[in-house]
Write a protein of this length. Structure first.
Length: 113
């Protein structure tokens, strides 16, 4: 496993555990997160949105597939939550931290539970 994959594995673990103090440590101070066509800028805005999204939710997810670029610091992941909903996330790293994330919510997939 590469350093970027290790970083993402720890990042996802913190998210599933709602360990927001640990989670924020993986984000670049100038992180950009594009979700639903909107881009969130900066750690504070990112953390505000993610904690709001998980408020009153116990849903967790697993990593189904990871694709890592051989030439740049980009990793794509296919995540699946316990209800079978899929999310395609593309991460760009800078200084060992998540600099940009593009998240595409794909909805349920037949047989993906």
């Amino acid at each position: 496993m590469t350093a970027l994959r290790d970083t993402l594995e720890a990042f996802f673990e913190a998210e599933n555990q709602r360990d927001w103090e640990r989670y924020v440590e993986f984000l670049h101070p100038e992180v950009e997160w594009t979700l639903h066509g909107n881009t969130i800028h900066g750690r504070e805005a990112y953390m505000e949105l993610i904690t709001r999204a998980y408020a009153n939710s116990s849903v967790t997810f697993r990593t189904h597939q990871v694709l890592e670029s051989t030439s740049v610091n980009i990793v794509a992941t296919l995540l699946i939550d316990e209800d079978g909903n899929r999310s395609l996330d593309i991460f760009e790293f800078g200084d060992g931290l998540i600099r940009r994330e593009w998240e595409f919510l794909m909805g349920p997939g037949e047989g993906w539970r």
